[in-house]
Unconditional design. Structure first.
Length: 423
């Protein structure tokens, strides 16, 4: 029976697909141990999985991180990204490394499948003392930032007639790498302190090129094309969390019977401390439209500061595998997981977000004609009304989404990651 460690930083959006993966691997007979933060112990064990806790600086609470005042004062983009990388991913690396080493010392005959932002296996891969797993696959739950002559993180650089697009992309990627130099320097500083003899590849390529293989939870037609991508990179499709077996639909579930369009709105799992950014403007914007609005708050319903319109239904949590197949439009602050679930369910997307990977997700939607990028984290009700009305009528976007839905359906992420992990 193959033994697999499934590891992820204690960040809800990064852990969720890895838990679904761990459950699927265990169901197929693999002996699985989940390594993540202590606050997720109950969630892991409720799925019948063995749990091992991160400790020290690696065992943080992502809810507190999302509300960090210092972080909120920084400008979205490289300034905030450098902060995120240092505090959420690099500084925890020594404790992640120690926890992983402890598991491998107990049993060296284990494979590792980690979230790509879990860096605990990087030190030994780059020459630090310690044990290596039999094989290591990194799973990326965020849009690819892999440098390429064909594109940047936010898409191909627009060029005029006769201009060299590849040169423009190389220049933009170099500019981004320079802006992220504090992250690169800090990462190599921590690696040296752990005994690594090699440096980390150019930011941010190494999270995908250092492991034996990389599985990106996306599909061709959503991700930007890269003719120079490494052979070790695989686009494997969607890996969405499934609803708990004991979940019961709310009393208003029958309102989503298809008699009128359903618009789903969410601010995700972390950036929901201020519902006036997106959810409340959306409720206001859509109150007079002939639609049913479902707001998944990610927190208690009484957090809303406005009355709930007559055509709206709100809940703290609704499993998207149940909700999105009933939706006609999905409004989001731009998290990758929800966007992929929506597109896989055939639902066009309106994205409104400027932090972390959110602009990159929105750029992919716009580039491929899968929805609308509002290019703001605080859209006006008027902008949300116009975008929703447009998508409800836009057959071209709908056709694009339906074509991509078939691409998602052609992939089995669990099987593809299992094959990569076992080599």
């Amino acid at each position: 029976m193959p033994k697999i460690i499934v590891a992820a930083p204690p960040i809800t959006g990064e852990l969720a697909p890895l838990l679904e993966l761990a459950r699927g691997l265990a169901h197929r007979g693999h002996q699985v141990t989940v390594l993540t933060g202590s606050r997720f112990r109950a969630d892991v064990e409720s799925k019948g999985l063995a749990f091992s806790s991160l400790t020290g600086g690696a065992d943080f609470d992502d809810r507190e991180f999302g509300n960090n005042a210092e972080r909120e004062s920084l400008t979205p983009g490289p300034e905030q990204l450098n902060f995120d990388w240092e505090h959420a991913f690099i500084n925890p690396m020594p404790d992640q490394h120690a926890a992983l080493q402890e598991l491998l010392e107990q049993d060296p005959d284990q494979h590792l499948v980690s979230n790509a932002l879990f860096l605990g296996a990087v030190p030994t891969a780059l020459g630090a003392p310690g044990l290596k797993p039999r094989r290591w696959v990194a799973v990326s739950a965020v849009p690819l930032a892999l440098s390429s002559d064909d594109t940047t993180f936010l898409g191909p650089v627009p060029v005029g007639p006769g201009e060299d697009g590849k040169a423009a992309n190389r220049a933009a990627n170099a500019q981004f790498a320079q802006a992220m130099r504090p992250t690169q320097d800090r990462l190599n500083e921590v690696l040296r302190s752990l005994g690594a003899t090699e440096t980390f590849p150019a930011f941010v390529d190494g999270i995908l090129t250092v492991p034996d293989a990389a599985a990106a939870l996306t599909v061709p037609g959503f991700e930007f094309e890269r003719s120079d991508a490494p052979d070790s990179l695989h686009l494997v499709g969607n890996l969405a969390p499934r609803r708990a077996a004991d979940w019961q639909p709310p009393h208003w579930w029958s309102d989503l019977d298809g008699s009128r369009p359903v618009v789903v709105v969410t601010q995700g799992t972390l950036a929901n401390h201020d519902l006036s950014q997106l959810i409340e403007p959306a409720l206001t914007a859509l109150a007079d439209l002939d639609v049913t609005v479902v707001a998944a708050l990610g927190r208690a319903v009484d957090a809303l500061s406005i009355p709930v319109p007559a055509n709206a239904r709100v809940a703290e949590y609704i499993p998207f595998d149940a909700l999105l197949p009933k939706a006609d439009v999905y409004i989001t602050n731009g998290g990758a997981g929800g966007i992929h679930q929506a597109l896989a369910a055939g639902v066009p997307v309106i994205a409104a977000g400027l932090t972390e990977d959110k602009p990159a997700n929105a750029a992919r939607l716009a580039h491929h004609g899968l929805g609308i990028d509002l290019q703001t984290a605080t859209p006006t009700p008027e902008a949300l009304t116009a975008a929703t009305e447009r998508l409800l009528k836009d057959t071209e976007t709908g056709d694009n989404v339906q074509r991509l839905t078939k691409v998602y359906a052609a992939h089995d992420a669990l099987t593809e990651i299992e094959r990569l992990a076992l080599g």
